[in-house]
Design a binder for this molecule. Structure first.
Ligand code: ARG
Length: 258
């Protein structure tokens, strides 16, 4: 995770961002601290990357790369505003001892667009991460990668429209995906939880699950109920300031799979 000391909305690279809206950085830090202590109280270890001044989106650590089987690929960002983050995350992976650690050659926004479900990697494209990056990730990790086309600009990263809940269960919002991708998802995940418009529009799917506890925004009321029905334990947090940048729980969290 990356403490949002320098968080602000000074440019707009997704439809959630409005630079004319004031941001309360101290409140963002306080909300983020609650998320961090939520993970720790659930028994998870949280490692931190040093925030860099002038990189207001660096709090969205999910975008820093993908770590799988002890190997790491650092992001190659779409927009100039975020490009310097790639090198910072690359250095972090390298220092943490992931071997090999490489920098993505193709446009790749890390776990924003790559969700690990068991041994399968689901991959989004359409707004940020390229199909070339899906191939690169498959070759690097030697794991199957399923390409999914995102079609609604509000759901510009895969993790805004889908959550990985355990090794075989996902939740997603069908209108965010193309017709063909919906057909693929129905075939692969017939038991998936389907999110409502209301859940999706508060980024309720931008969640982190350890297979039982699912940390997500407290605003996604119906999704909390559906998770409970399926035996998961939803844990609600308020990340309203971070939503102004177009992110919620998952965006703030890069999962490190050693
Ligand atoms: N403002 C950031 C951007 O547009 C938000 C990133 C959200 N991260 C995520 N994993 N969806 O790039």
């Amino acid at each position: 995770m990356c403490r949002p000391e320098h968080f602000d909305v000074t440019y707009a690279i997704n439809p959630w961002m409005d630079p004319s809206m004031p941001v309360d950085t101290a409140l963002a830090v306080a909300q983020w601290e609650t998320l961090r202590s939520t993970y720790e109280s659930l028994g998870h270890q949280v490692d931190l990357i040093r925030p860099v001044e002038g990189l207001p989106d660096m709090v969205y650590a999910a975008n820093g790369g993908v770590v799988f089987d002890g190997k790491a690929i650092a992001a190659s960002f779409t927009f100039a505003e975020r490009q310097p983050e790639g090198a910072a995350y690359h250095a972090w992976f390298d220092e943490a001892g992931f071997r090999p650690t490489i920098q993505a050659g193709a446009q790749n926004e890390g776990e924003g667009d790559f969700l690990v479900v068991g041994r399968l990697i689901l991959a989004g494209t359409g707004f940020r991460t390229s199909v070339a990056a899906h191939h690169e990730v498959r070759e690097f990790f030697g794991a199957p990668v399923i390409s999914l086309e995102l079609v609604d600009p509000r759901f510009y990263h895969l993790d805004t429209a889908m959550a990985a809940l355990d090794d075989r269960t996902i939740a997603y919002y069908p209108p965010a995906f193309s017709g063909a991708s919906n057909a693929v998802l129905r075939q692969l995940f017939p038991d998936a939880i389907i999110a409502t418009d209301a859940d999706a529009s508060v980024l309720g799917l931008n969640a982190v699950s350890d297979g039982h506890n699912v940390v997500l925004t407290d605003r996604a009321v119906a999704l909390h109920e559906r998770l409970r029905e399926r035996g998961f334990n939803p844990v609600g947090v308020d990340l309203s300031e971070l939503l102004k940048g177009g992110g919620s729980v998952k965006c703030c969290t890069l999962e490190v799979r050693a």
